[in-house]
Design a protein around this ligand. Structure first.
Ligand SMILES: C=C1C[C@]23C[C@@]1(O)CC[C@H]2[C@@]12CCC[C@@](C)(C(=O)O1)[C@H]2[C@@H]3C(=O)O
Ligand SMILES: O=C(O)CCC(=O)C(=O)O
Ligand SMILES: [Fe+2]
Length: 354
């Protein structure tokens, strides 16, 4: 994703703002990570962990003949669904988990060897959205695009191969699954996959590579989860995100109009798929990129793997013509990401034309 990396060079972060807390050595939530009574906490103060409604998202079987229709309905009413019978072997999830655990359980100074650079996209560090909040999150992440070799070779000079193989195999499987899902989702909008040149891997040999990214999320046990935030409220930017929650530990919450935050109860073996901003645009607002966040646990170390799939960086995104007026103007993927980088909450409304 060389092209996409350019979107980050224009707004480099200061190095000390990229380094996560050394969670293994803290016994209390420091002021820097305490969201209670801070300006940042306004949207999140209530219902952080207690008294929260629990919901089950629609569950869609990929083998179901009605899968496309059901996905369309779920994207319209929830902006999210769970997929089962997706064909990803459980051994692959276990392999990624074991490599991710090996990485996140390293001492802080070891993980620092893989630190993301100030204008960079990949590597170890706080989530990119950290720059929009004054308070820091109870979270550390490893962002991977393609091979993570350049980062992990610094840590394991002789034993990085296995880590790289597993992460590349996972991205390959997730890319194929993303394309299957998008085929069904776009069909529900009346646009078959073969009409979208960048998605059609068979028809177009020399096609540009899609924009993809794997984010390994780690939420260490937190001494006081009522004060801390795992991942602050955000919408994902790409077309879809596929999320695997390790060990079915609760954490993911979704914001619903009128009712507020709700906890998504994980379902064994299911993957959560959510609509991102670019699908919001392509569906002309019929599907909503859903506001979500992650909360932390008092005793358990939660891991999640999020795979983001979008069109190639140079592709234009605009609403699929469906006989009604376009609500959004057209722009390239890179332009949209740059815009979101500057205006986290207002990017979608900035490109709205009606
Ligand atoms: C291309 C992007 C999507 C992302 C922001 C980013 O600019 C780079 C990393 C992505 C990620 C991964 C973790 C969660 C997330 C919200 C974040 O902070 O960085 C997503 C971003 C997103 O979907 O907007
Ligand atoms: O860990 C989770 O449940 C959410 C992760 C997420 O929202 C993300 O990586 O964008
Ligand atoms: Fe997200």
């Amino acid at each position: 994703m060389a092209n996409l990396s350019k979107a980050y060079e224009s707004a480099p972060q200061q190095t000390h703002r990229i380094i996560p807390l050394d969670f293994q050595s803290v016994k209390h939530v420091p002021e820097s990570h305490s969201w209670s009574n801070s300006d940042d906490s306004l949207p999140v103060r209530s219902q952080l962990v207690e008294n929260i409604e629990q919901i089950s998202l629609p569950v869609i079987d990929l083998g179901d003949l009605d899968a496309s229709k059901m996905m369309g309905q779920a994207c319209e009413s929830w902006g999210m669904f769970q997929v089962i019978n997706h064909g990803i072997p459980s051994t692959l999830f276990r392999d990624v988990e074991s490599e991710a655990r090996a990485f996140f359980s390293l001492a802080a100074e070891e993980k620092m060897k893989a630190l993301r650079s100030p204008g960079g996209l990949t590597g170890y560090g706080v989530a990119q959205i950290a720059k929009y909040y004054n308070k820091l999150m109870w979270h550390e992440g490893l962002t991977i695009v393609g091979s993570p070799m350049d980062h992990v070779r610094e840590i394991w000079p002789d034993q990085y191969h296995r880590f790289c193989e597993v992460m590349e195999a996972y991205q390959k499987a997730m890319k194929e699954l993303s394309e299957r899902l998008l085929d069904l989702i776009l069909k529900s909008l009346g646009m078959p996959e073969e009409h979208i040149e960048w998605l059609s891997s068979v028809a177009c040999k020399g096609r540009q590579a899609p924009s993809t990214l794997l984010q390994l999320n780690s939420y260490p046990p937190c001494p006081d989860p009522t004060q801390a935030t795992g991942l602050a409220p955000h919408t994902d930017s790409f077309l879809i995100t596929i999320l695997h929650q390790v060990g079915n530990i609760n954490g993911l919450q979704v914001h619903r109009e009128g009712t507020g935050w709700a906890l998504i109860v994980p379902l064994e073996g299911a993957l959560v798929v959510n609509v991102g901003d670019m699908l919001h645009i392509m569906s002309n607002g019929l599907f909503s990129s859903v506001l979500h966040r992650a909360v932390v646990d008092n005793t358990r170390h939660r891991l999640s793997f999020a795979y983001f799939y979008g069109p190639p960086a140079v592709s234009s995104i605009s609403p699929i013509p469906r006989g009604c007026q376009s609500q959004f103007r057209s722009m390239t993927v890179r332009e949209y990401l740059e815009m979101k980088g500057k205006d986290f909450e207002g990017a979608l409304s900035k490109i709205r034309v009606v």
